[in-house]
Design a protein around this ligand. Structure first.
Ligand code: 3E9
Ligand code: MG
Ligand code: MG
Ligand code: MG
Ligand code: MG
Length: 365
């Protein structure tokens, strides 16, 4: 990051929170990574110093400890895939071969007994994760988890095609890819499992609830793009994040791109808050817990993003903020100029209206 590109405090309306067992969970995740030999020795040695247990403990601050631990191991596993195979490994430039490997992994997630990838450490780790998903989740949640893994895998293959050709997708394509390749959607079933409830399909699959989850993914991944820019740009490898997309396609300089990305995430954050409040007033207690967990997830990624050695080491300090601000830089109701997410702005009644209003898109039964 150029020295003049200092990340200012980011808008964060949600309070920080952390599970009291975070330190133990972090230690257990390091042991889990060792047991299953996730990643190369070098990658594993780095990952276990990234406070991933702390991240999981912030996502589910009052969740069942076993599920926080499962989430922690799963996030480390995801970095084993994302760093180990996509961003640092050779499969990351071979989308066809990557597709084959990820399909086999998906089969293991669906059927842990499948006689494939017997010597593969990520497959062994995934078998263990799947057994724990069975233990703490309902069959429908396991199905959602497998489906979410598939959408994450599908998006990293798209990303791999850009890595191979050295191209940078346009903002619209990047936004669509990023809703999945930040692996945020694979965490969603664990938000429910963490508090021992199952969101009913008429709520979980309601357009407005899906939109709220997508908005959380947007804010989490835009924040990651801002806070990981230093790490990602520093290497000689191909990298892809929102700041790069804005520089390539909107003709912005690094500083302007940073300001623009902040305005985008602030606007989505404001919409998320308004939609969340609106849905919370009408939904079940489980939906309110789910919306609260989305907010915890956003805040967790921020607190972890500004503190983890993954993004800023003493040898390579990133100019990231140590505090957050409680007002947005942009609270406009106007949709962002990104067609794939324009529908988010059609879900709420106009703000000026005093009536509770109806969602434009009806509840799906
Ligand atoms: C994130 O994007 C990649 C995921 C596979 C990381 C696993 C994290 C989660 C499931 C929770 C979501 C959290 C985020 C996005 C912080 P990217 O840009 O490759 O992550 P990096 O750490 O390398 O910047
Ligand atoms: Mg640690
Ligand atoms: Mg990645
Ligand atoms: Mg990465
Ligand atoms: Mg990143």
């Amino acid at each position: 990051m150029p020295p003049d590109l200092i990340v200012p405090p980011l808008y964060s309306p949600f309070p920080p929170a952390i599970h009291p067992r975070h330190a133990e969970i972090d230690v257990q995740t390091a042991a889990w990574a060792e047991t299953f030999r996730i990643g190369t020795e070098d990658l594993r040695g780095r990952l276990v110093r990234h406070d991933i247990g702390t991240f999981a403990a912030r996502i589910l601050p009052e969740g069942h400890e076993e599920v926080v631990s499962l989430l922690s191991d799963f996030v480390l596993w995801l970095f084993g895939v994302d760093d180990g195979h996509c961003e640092e490994g050779e499969l990351g430039r071979r989308p066809g071969a990557l597709t084959g490997y990820l399909h086999r992994l998906l089969r293991v997630a669906q059927d842990p007994e499948a006689g494939i990838l017997q010597q593969d450490p990520l497959a062994a780790g995934l078998r263990d994760l799947r057994l724990r998903v069975d233990r703490y989740g309902a069959p429908g949640q396991r199905a959602r988890w497998v489906d979410a893994l598939r959408e994450y895998f599908f998006s990293v293959v798209w990303e791999a095609a850009h890595r191979r050709s050295g191209t940078v997708p346009c903002l619209d394509d990047y936004t669509l890819m990023r809703l999945y390749d930040g692996a945020t959607t694979v965490v969603l079933p664990l938000l429910e499992m963490g508090y021992g409830y199952e969101l009913q399909p008429h709520e979980r699959d309601h357009d407005a609830v899906r939109a709220a989850a997508e908005m959380a993914s947007f804010v989490i991944t835009w924040d990651n793009d801002i806070l990981s820019y230093n790490k990602e740009k520093a290497g000689s490898e191909y990298y892809l994040n929102a700041l790069r997309v804005l520089q390539e396609h909107q003709g912005l300089g690094p500083r302007e791109a940073l300001g623009y990305a902040i305005h985008q995430r602030d606007r989505v954050m404001c919409l998320f808050q308004r939609l969340s409040e609106h849905l919370g007033r009408r939904g079940s207690p489980q939906l309110r817990q789910y919306l609260h967990s989305l907010a915890c997830f956003i805040r967790a990624a921020q607190d972890w993003g500004v503190s983890s050695l993954r993004y800023s080491t003493p040898d390579d300090p990133a100019p990231v903020p140590s505090a957050f601000r409680d007002t947005p830089t942009d609270d406009s109701d106007e949709p962002l100029d990104i067609p794939v997410i324009a529908w988010w702005w059609e879900l709420l009644p106009v703000r000026a209206s005093a009536s509770p209003g109806l969602l434009h898109r009806p509840v799906q039964q």
